[in-house]
Design a protein around this ligand. Structure first.
Ligand code: C2E
Ligand code: MG
Ligand code: MG
Ligand code: MG
Length: 282
């Protein structure tokens, strides 16, 4: 017993833990300044029709160009941004930035391109989200049907009436809604008949071993069929191999996003590597 207590005590005062909290305190401090110091950057990952090889749109994914730590992935700071409430300001920046970039590409002639943006639950639950988005659409003059918000199912389980009202308000603006990481959340499928969503995004975890795991293959097929019968679009995320592409197209999912086609890239690279090339084919 005494030994156990000593064990706990040691853990409690472990320098390792002190370091970690100091580190996260520092990171929090840095995060507060990051917006002002323009340290965030959006990367864009193409969504591709595997039959035609057309890029239909991009998903905007945030990165933090930290002055000391280098380029940080969302998993390294989004949780902290959510804890501190900074996600509201950061999330608004993301939507604005994505719409501005899309406005530029549309002006350059790529008028079919759509952009999707990930939304944190806190953003979704913010009272004036529809108003903020309406304002951004007006300011950037992006036709609203080219903006899609990616929501996760876990966000949808709470507070059904209010959730429905918010989604309806957003849809009235003319923007699109997709359910990200579909199949991994806690919600029942029931919401799909009530909520006016446009797209189901099959989660990478099902796609990963789609060709070797018959359960995941079955789940993926079911999602594709479900989307078709509900008249929704369906896209597979995290597609890395030709075998996965073949499986998906054989089962009727032509839209993919994943390293097979491209990793998320900077706006300039997306223009040079993909958009300028597609223009040549027109
Ligand atoms: P997500 O929305 O499900 O985005 C897909 C993630 O999978 C991205 O990671 C993307 O880079 C990665 N990915 C795409 N294709 C492949 C592939 O073929 N193989 C592998 N291994 N990975 C692939 P990323 O950019 O690190 O973003 C992670 C998560 O962070 C996102 O998951 C999203 O939930 C969140 N996130 C990203 N940007 C934002 C943002 O602006 N706001 C909020 N609230 N969350 C964001
Ligand atoms: Mg997403
Ligand atoms: Mg996803
Ligand atoms: Mg995912």
């Amino acid at each position: 017993k005494a030994k156990e207590q000593t064990g706990n005590k040691y853990q409690l005062y472990s320098p390792d833990i002190e370091d970690r909290s100091l580190e996260s305190l520092q990171l929090e401090n840095d995060l507060f300044k990051a917006l002002d110091q323009e340290e965030f950057v959006l990367y864009y990952q193409p969504k591709v029709n595997t039959q035609t090889n057309d890029i239909t749109g991009v998903e905007a994914l945030i990165r933090w160009n930290h002055p000391k730590r280098g380029l940080l992935a969302p998993s390294e700071f989004i949780p902290l941004a959510e804890e501190t409430g900074l996600i509201l300001a950061i999330g608004e920046w993301v939507i604005k930035q994505a719409c501005l970039q899309m406005r530029k590409w549309h002006d350059q002639g790529y008028t079919w391109l759509e952009v999707s943006v990930n939304l944190s639950p806190q953003q979704f639950n913010e009272e004036n989200l529809p108003y903020k988005i309406e304002k951004i659409i007006a300011e950037t003059e992006l036709p609203p049907q080219f903006l899609e918000l990616e929501l996760t199912e876990n966000l949808i389980i709470h507070n059904t009436d209010k959730t429905l009202a918010t989604i309806q308000q957003l849809k009235r603006l003319g923007i699109k809604i997709s359910i990200d990481d579909f199949g991994t959340g806690y919600s029942s499928l029931g919401y799909l008949k009530d909520f006016p969503v446009d797209t189901l995004k099959i989660d990478k975890s099902f796609i990963d071993d789609i060709t070797t795991n018959s359960n995941n293959a079955a789940i993926t097929n079911t999602i594709i069929t479900l989307a078709k019968s509900l008249n929704l679009h369906v896209i597979a995320e995290g597609v890395e191999t030709k075998d996965q592409v073949d499986f998906l197209s054989k089962h009727g999912c032509l839209l993919i996003q994943g390293y097979f086609f491209s990793k998320p890239v900077k706006a300039s690279q997306f223009l040079n590597q993909y958009l300028l090339l597609t223009k040549n084919y027109q």
